[in-house]
Design a protein around this ligand. Structure first.
Ligand code: EPZ
Length: 446
């Protein structure tokens, strides 16, 4: 298990590259299960979650070749396997993305239910409701979803849930509907860029899809999907994280490539804090963004919402930033109302945060001070790293495996900008025998 040791209070400056999007790559990789041809992907980030999915796809008969330049070639070798085992699925919730394409192409799927999650309640009832609407027989037994369907039939599906639509649910149903008989309309579909990117790739594979990026997606089923060549979109969440790294350290950082249209809400909220953002146009809608921090950060109020709102995946990072603002800020998360585990750990660095249900009130402080903190989930660990970069003194962030699931060499990128983030093995400290407390007090949340 690794940890980061961060020597804080260093201004980040310079240029850094943005990797391909984790949340676009994962459902696109899963879509190969619906294809009868090879999938040649580029811009696939070198992440733990990507390799976890490759391991799962291998058990489902998919051959993969991953190059260190982000090139990934996928091809189905056998369609016999149909079980996504618990031991592999439990590593990563996004494994649920295999359910739709697997069922649509092989007529059966047995996929372990995703486990619990530190960011809140994450059911898959909408995924199952949609697949049942497409004519699948769905049972949940012994911790597995068991789905069968001779051939899926197009249907109208409403995917609205208590916290908006579902991103991976829309991905699952869109992938499945491409091979269903007839027409499928998904109402209250997710509009996230990652869903659009999957849809664009499915179109290249021969799918007939309209309405991508809108709450109403229409799919005309086809008999077969072929291969495709596709570049994954840049990761807008990594981009936002690095923009906030510049803002929280008083820095000046250029990031590229990015899609400016994917970062409108993030840009809006950062400019409210006094951050200056300039875009330079590039080619095929890609560009670079320059983020310049203000001398003093202004407080603001924000609510995390489904796209095109402020992404819930940037909420923790924005909380770290606003802990250094000159005043009181308020953050509400309407997507994951319990996604505030990072607040307590930010408090260990001197942040003053009071949580009230789905809302947190942040009393900005003039400085943070380094401390030992522990990551609890992917974006919480990013928030702690950002706060450590700004804090005076040394910050140790433990359980960095959370970060490695979704950020490609973040320490290298931050050090390239002038940060000092040292990765090392987190060896357990031997406690003197007389300190040994009864075992029940030693257990920590795993
Ligand atoms: C995707 O998760 C992302 N993961 C998450 O990013 C992201 O936070 C989330 O979308 C919201 O944008 C991937 O794309 C791999 P949802 P997903 O289904 O699809 C409720 C990260 O940090 N819901 O859109 O699992 C659910 O409880 C990760 O990269 C139902 O009620 O999220 C939540 O409140 C974390 N029933 C809301 O919808 C369902 O069947 C949004 O969930 C499904 C979801």
């Amino acid at each position: 298990m690794d940890k980061f040791t961060i020597d804080g209070n260093r201004r980040l400056t310079g240029q850094v590259g943005i990797s391909g999007s984790k949340n676009a790559a994962l459902p696109i990789m899963a879509a190969v299960l619906a294809s009868d041809g090879p999938l040649h992907l580029s811009g696939v980030p070198d992440l733990v979650d990507v390799h976890s999915l490759l391991s799962l796809l291998e058990t489902l008969g998919v051959d993969s070749q991953y190059g260190d330049d982000g090139q990934l070639r996928l091809l189905v070798q056998t369609r016999q396997p149909h079980v996504a085992h618990y031991d592999l699925v439990r590593r990563m919730r996004a494994s649920i993305c295999v359910l739709g394409p697997l069922l649509a192409r092989r007529g059966r799927a047995r996929v372990s239910l995703p486990g619990g999650c530190n960011i809140g309640h994450r059911p898959i009832d909408l995924h199952l409701k949609g697949l049942a609407a497409l004519g699948a027989d769905i049972r949940v037994e012994q911790g597995y979803v068991i789905a069968t369907a001779e051939r899926l039939c197009g249907a109208s599906i409403f995917l609205g849930g208590p916290c908006g639509s579902t991103v991976t649910g829309t991905c699952n149903l869109m992938s499945a509907a491409t091979l269903a008989e007839g027409r499928t309309v998904i109402e209250a579909a997710a509009c996230e860029p990652e869903v659009v990117d999957l849809g664009e790739c499915l179109r290249k594979m021969g799918a007939h899809i309209d309405g991508l990026g809108t709450p109403r997606i229409e799919i005309e089923g086809v008999s077969q999907l072929g291969g495709a060549t596709h570049r994954v979109i840049p990761d807008r969440i990594e981009a936002a994280t690095l923009m906030i790294a510049a803002a929280i350290t008083g820095g000046h950082v250029e990031i590229a490539p990015i899609r400016p249209d994917h970062l409108v809400a993030v840009r809006e909220v950062l400019e409210q804090t006094g951050v200056r953002i300039e875009t330079s146009t590039g080619c095929d809608s890609l560009a670079s963004l320059v983020t310049t921090a203000p001398p003093v950060l202004a407080p603001t109020t924000l609510t995390a919402l489904p796209y095109p709102g402020i992404p819930t995946d940037v909420q923790a990072q924005l909380m770290a930033l606003l802990s250094r603002a000159d005043g009181i800020s308020v953050i509400t998360d309407k997507v994951f109302p319990d996604r505030f585990l990072h607040a307590a750990e930010l408090g260990r660095l001197g942040a003053r945060i009071v949580r009230e249900g789905p809302t947190a009130v942040i009393h900005g402080v003039p400085r943070l001070s380094g401390a030992n903190v522990m990551a609890s989930d992917l974006r919480a660990s990013a928030a702690l790293v950002l706060a450590g970069l700004a804090a005076e003194g040394t910050t140790t962030v433990r359980r960095i495996y959370h970060l490695d699931r979704g950020y490609e060499r973040l320490d290298t990128k931050l050090n390239q900008l002038g940060g000092q983030v040292i990765r090392s093995e987190d060896k357990p400290v031997a406690t003197p025998p007389h300190w040994a407390a009864p075992a029940s007090h030693l257990a920590i949340d795993g």
